[in-house]
Design a protein around this ligand. Structure first.
Ligand SMILES: [Zn+2]
Length: 324
């Protein structure tokens, strides 16, 4: 069998069944799995690969966790946007546990794709772990949800505009809360970011207008752009002791009109611009006595009051108060 590379050159598929084919004209790399050809991109800095597109009309595909290219092993990192665009016959896809991201548009037009369902959520995964990736709710009207204990990723947009969602339980197995995952979940009242999470995606909780309290585990290192923006009922942001938080990104807490105090952990070395824009009631307490150089010039451009560690203490209720 011969197919055309995206550059127009013929690729002879009979040479390397179930292996890597590299176009000798444009150096595109393809992974051949029987009748199916996946265009992939490899990343030599961390030895991972990304699936970019699919040729053929598979009904089933088992995506490998590793490939060998030039005698080196590469691990699957991501299934990219439009990777399986309009694979209308695709019924079952096995995604290995090592995957770090599946783009929200990876399976656009895959109308036959089957999911595993658990407590109001459709999942993608593999035969050993059906619940690897929380993909979409069975309805936008769900009121509560317990994420499966084997889930690793809650993908971008999973609960977007689930306006009735009041209760969500996220197990420690989850390492990633994607972009806009809970945006406009306007009934959500509190959230505990579990132990497994290292980064909270951009706009993950934007416009959760009823969110009153958030507890952020000490393993979180990064809070995304606009992450809690427009959470205008948010009263309390609790960082667990021994926080490893490093960076709070652009406008992460902007328009949190009800937020009266926040204690920035000593570990934070970078705060991007406008993080507390329009937080008109906020007092900022730092667990340090200096401003690290990674705090951008406009990080506090709404000029909220700032107190350094030697200027405040906790009262008997555990609330920060300024020293007399
Ligand atoms: Zn080519």
């Amino acid at each position: 069998m011969v197919i055309n590379c995206t550059c127009g050159k013929d690729l002879d598929l009979s040479k390397n069944i179930n292996g890597i084919i590299e176009c000798d004209n444009c150096h595109n790399i393809y992974l051949q799995i029987e009748e199916i050809l996946l265009k992939i991109e490899i990343n030599n800095s961390n030895f991972t690969f990304v699936i970019k597109s699919c040729f053929g009309s598979p009904t089933y595909i088992k995506i490998p966790s590793t490939i060998i290219y030039n005698n080196k092993t590469y691990y699957l990192d991501k299934i990219d946007e439009d990777a399986f665009y309009d694979c209308t016959d695709l019924k079952n896809v096995e995604i290995p546990n090592c995957v770090n991201d599946v783009d929200v548009c990876a399976f656009v037009g895959c109308l036959s794709l089957q999911y595993s369902t658990y407590d109001n959520i459709n999942y993608l995964g593999n035969s050993n772990n059906l619940y690897l990736i929380a993909w979409r709710p069975t309805s936008r009207k769900i009121k509560s949800c317990v994420i499966h204990k084997n889930t690793k990723i809650i993908e971008d947009y999973t609960f977007y505009e689930c306006r009735s969602l009041k209760n969500i339980e996220i197990p420690d197995s989850v390492i990633k809360i994607g972009r806009k995952t809970f945006e406009s979940c306007t009934s959500l009242e509190n959230i505990e970011i579990p132990k497994g999470i290292a980064s909270i995606g951009d706009s993950a909780f934007e416009d959760c207008s009823n969110l009153k309290s958030v507890t952020i585990s000490n393993n979180v290192t990064s809070i995304g752009v606009l992450c809690f923006a427009l959470c205008n009922s948010l009263k309390e942001v609790i960082f667990e002791k021994d926080s490893k938080l490093k960076i709070i990104k652009n406008r992460a807490f902007s328009c949190c009109f009800s937020l009266e105090s926040i204690v920035i952990p000593a570990s934070v070395v970078s705060i991007e611009r406008g993080t507390f824009d329009f937080c008109g009631n906020l007092v900022i307490y730092l667990e340090r006595n200096d401003l690290p150089s990674g705090f951008e010039k406009l990080w506090n451009r709404s000029n909220r009051p700032i107190y350094f560690k030697n200027q405040w203490h906790y009262d008997e209720n555990g609330k920060p108060v300024v020293n007399k």
